[in-house]
Design a protein around this ligand. Structure first.
Ligand code: NAD
Length: 492
């Protein structure tokens, strides 16, 4: 298990020598101490990335060459998938099958962007036709420069992959700051990159706290592009830091995503997808469908089935067999989520099931899956992200009402609709103000498709070719392609 910073192709202790504890949320035990990077380490990492970009070979390699490194990193992840998944479980708490899925996806993300890097070789130049025949012009795409990636704790390696893979594919160099709650698998990514011979300085990883390492990274003048995933308040600080130097910025922030279920929906399918939409990863999912709206006639039978299935969820340490719900990531997250439940109760919400710590688990940040009804529309439980296994469910009568309620949010990351009436599902999908809309499901995420939100859920898109564009600049090269005199100042 690595615990040092990875800067300029070398492992190093933080300049100031500080360390912080990494805790297994299922046992509350310290599993590792990791370097607490500060502004000096960030400066060293950005300088290394700057050198690798400004004078190194990486941005000048052909895309097909960079693709070889990305494929080798993917293979390195796949080779160690079981071991890295277990590390993710110990670091983050999620059930092992979920971690295995994530690690496989992270490898797939590097493979996807390896393919795009190759295609980029052929498609980096585009000729455009100008109205004045004396000129020719072409448009080229170039890497934006040094990218700083700041990521959260809910999908530690996968969030790293979503940023590092497209950035490297595009020819950028990277400084990655993982969450202080879950830094371990990012360090393994550095080890894998090192092992495949990625040139020094191309990928640098500085672990550390948000204020001590994240903020100096966001503010560093040597960074060209900020790519952030996390909460809205931190996103706002990142944007402020970007504003000072006019850095490029993309933000993937929070959500309070609605799931609209119409009365013609299959009840068993609806229950399955509601559960997948809110209990997967303990509900610590930015796109979790945490506001469920069910058409009146289906509401009571659906709620009954949902409660019955929720009661069966096995809760425990992520390594346990058959476990479907692990602990929340940290003591603080546990406190935030339990406080949100008690505030909801005070506001008049009814806890149908859950809301407590499971009686049989004495250690660990475990919380029962929780279903709230009668949640007032102006209460925090309905309007704010809880980021835990807590779902608010309420009935609606007509399609218009449901769409209005769904869109009545400052967030717009995701939304889902379930109906057997295809025309209605399409109509509702078109009306929902969100960057991701699922029909007859909730959460399936593909590397090929754009990911990001409307409104306060963020700026820009990750994944797919849109995620690649994040790391590219667009340059026009226009040529005066005639010997004819221009003749504005000098009249012949
Ligand atoms: P957070 O904002 O607290 O932290 C995210 C990262 O920012 C961490 O690495 C942290 O150390 C760093 N950070 C904190 N303060 C900073 C500062 N002042 N300057 C620079 N960096 C700083 O978020 P979190 O608690 O780690 O993650 C949960 C949030 O992330 C939720 O709101 C969730 O919705 C969001 N999220 C969004 C997506 C998405 O794709 N839209 C995906 C996952 C998580």
């Amino acid at each position: 298990m690595r615990n040092q910073l990875y800067i300029d192709g070398k492992w190093a202790d933080p300049v100031q020598g500080g360390m912080f504890d990494v805790i297994n949320p299922a046992t509350e035990e310290v599993i590792q101490q990791v370097g607490a990077g500060t502004a000096e380490d960030i400066d060293a990492a950005v300088s290394a990335a700057r050198r690798a970009f400004d004078t190194g070979e990486w941005p000048r390699l052909r895309g097909a060459e960079r693709a070889k490194y990305l494929r080798a990193i993917a293979a390195g992840i796949r080779e160690r998938q079981a071991e890295i998944a277990l590390l993710e479980v110990r670091d983050n708490g999620k059930p092992l099958p979920e971690a295995e899925w994530d690690i496989g996806d992270a490898a797939g993300c590097f493979e996807f962007y390896a393919n795009l890097a190759e295609q980029f070789d052929n498609g980096a130049e585009e000729a455009i036709t100008l109205p004045d025949p004396r000129f020719t012009s072409k448009v080229v795409k170039e890497p934006v420069g040094v990218a700083a990636a700041i990521i959260p704790w809910n999908y530690p390696l996968l969030m790293a992959a979503w940023k590092v893979a497209p950035a490297l594919a595009a020819g950028c160099t990277v400084v990655l700051k993982p969450s202080e709650l879950t830094p371990l698998t990012a360090l393994e990514l550095a080890a894998i990159a090192d092992n495949v011979g990625l040139p020094a300085g191309v990928l640098n990883i500085v672990t550390g706290l948000g204020g001590e390492a994240g903020q100096p990274l966001a503010e560093h003048p040597g960074v060209d592009k900020l790519a952030f995933t996390g909460s809205v308040p931190t996103g706002s600080k990142i944007m402020a830091a970007a504003a000072r130097d006019i850095k490029k910025v993309s933000l993937e922030l929070g959500g309070k995503s609605p799931f609209l279920i119409f009365e013609d929906a299959d009840i068993e399918q609806a229950v399955e997808w509601i559960m997948f939409g809110i209990f997967w990863n303990q509900g610590q999912v930015c796109s979790a469908t945490s506001r469920v709206l069910v058409q009146e006639r289906l509401y009571a039978p659906l709620l009954e089935r949902l409660v019955a299935e929720t009661r069966k969820i096995k809760i425990g340490g992520g390594e346990g067999k058959g476990v479907l719900l692990g602990p929340l990531v940290s003591q603080r997250q546990y406190e935030l989520v339990t406080r949100a439940i008690s505030v909801a109760k005070d506001a008049g919400a009814n806890v149908v099931i859950g809301g407590n710590r499971p009686e049989n688990l004495e250690k660990g940040y475990f919380l029962e899956p929780t279903i709230l009804t009668d949640v007032p529309l102006d209460s925090a439980a309905w309007t704010e992200e809880i980021f835990g296994p807590v779902v608010c469910i309420r009935p609606f009568s007509a399609e218009d009402d449901a769409v209005r309620l769904a869109n009545d949010s400052r967030f717009g990351l995701a939304a889902a609709v379930m109906s057997k009436d295809g025309a209605r599902a399409d109509r509702v999908a078109a009306a929902l103000r969100a960057g991701i809309v699922w029909i007859n499901c909730s959460q399936p995420t593909f590397t090929e498709a754009p990911w990001g939100g409307y409104k306060q859920s963020g700026i820009g898109r990750e994944l797919g070719r849109w995620g690649f564009e994040n790391y590219l600049e667009t340059k026009q090269i226009t040529k005066y392609a005639t010997d004819e005199r221009w003749g504005w100042y000098i009249k012949s």
